[in-house]
Design a protein around this ligand. Sequence first.
Ligand SMILES: Cc1ncc(COP(=O)(O)O)c(C=O)c1O
Length: 397
Amino acid sequence: MKYTREYFEQMPVRQGTMSTKWDWCNTRFKLPADAKVLPMWVADMDFYSPREVIEAVKMRADLGCWGYTCKTPELFDAIVGWVARRYGWQTAREEICLTPGVIPGFHMAIQAFTNPGDGVIIQPPVYYPFKSGVEINGRVVVNNPLKEKDGEWTIDFDDLEAKAKDPHTTMMIFCNPHNPAGRAWSAEDVARVAGICECHGVVLVSDEIHADLIMPGHEHHAACAVCPDLKNNCVTFYAPSKTFNLAGLQTAYAVIPGAELRSKFQKALEVAHLGIANSFGIAAMIAAYTHCDDYVTALCEYVDANMDFMKEFIETRLPELKMKKSQATYMVWVDFRGTGMNADEIENFILYKAKIATDMGRWFGPGGEGWLRFNLAVPRALLEKALLQLEAALKNR
Ligand SMILES: Cc1ncc(COP(=O)(O)O)c(C=O)c1O
């Protein structure tokens, strides 16, 4: 099917559908059940999945019988094809391990490749389950904070090298592209991170779940595509969930070219008995990875236009705020520090005055104070409504 902007202007009904973003919002933000807040938090999309995926899932539903499901060669071929076509990385069927999500995947990686008490590097402000994943598994978070100047977030390589040198540090979880900073790291950045990890015996876990959501004019650089020599030291996670709005189908995968790392990872999956496939997730992934390249192109163009719209609105009507367009992901990271409010006041303002639920900067760790993350995978009309609410609230505060 041909995808145009009209496809993304339709608003699926989400209220009352067990949607975390819409139906769990008031609970998450401790709001009264009848409070009317516009949810722009959580990373899923207020867009329909591609038609081809909807049809594939309907066909599965029509079977009326969903017993244990096997992972067919067709599934692995679809993944190998996608990774080669989209990220320029030639993998092989046997290098792929299915997981029920990227978060369960990196929890397994922590268990498989590190020991209790080991240090795991993360780069805050970063997707908050990295920190909680390290801590809940009894490992120690080692922060290598990103540096920020005029809204541009970069890696502090000297600090990274110093932290990686510590013999207690055995793993790094790299957010590539970076959520929430919206950076599609350059090939040089990726190569430097990979080189430092390799040199100091630190296993590189590259979370590339946002690899398809690259805005026009930017590129994704898969760690193992940039550094083929890295293959014995790197585990990469992908999923069709962000790209095609399939998070509820709980299907993701790791690509692990190194035999030793792969066998340790498979063992951890076996211990947790997580090798079983989701019948709907597999059908959706095969359809998405086989027929939906055009959807991704149109989606990224739509999100990029939303970013232009929001940037222009902020620059012309909300001068206290600052935002840079993201190079990747459908989130934008907005700087509220110019309002003069502290982090508590910003959170209260966005929820109670603007009546918008966003991911709060502090959730992402050091460096996040004073920032809010907005999800722009929404029809333009919803974005415009949110911006008008924000403008009115800023005027009346
Ligand atoms: C960087 C990153 N990793 C992982 C996830 C979630 O992965 P999953 O739902 O497959 O566990 C997200 C969701 O927003 C994310 O941004």
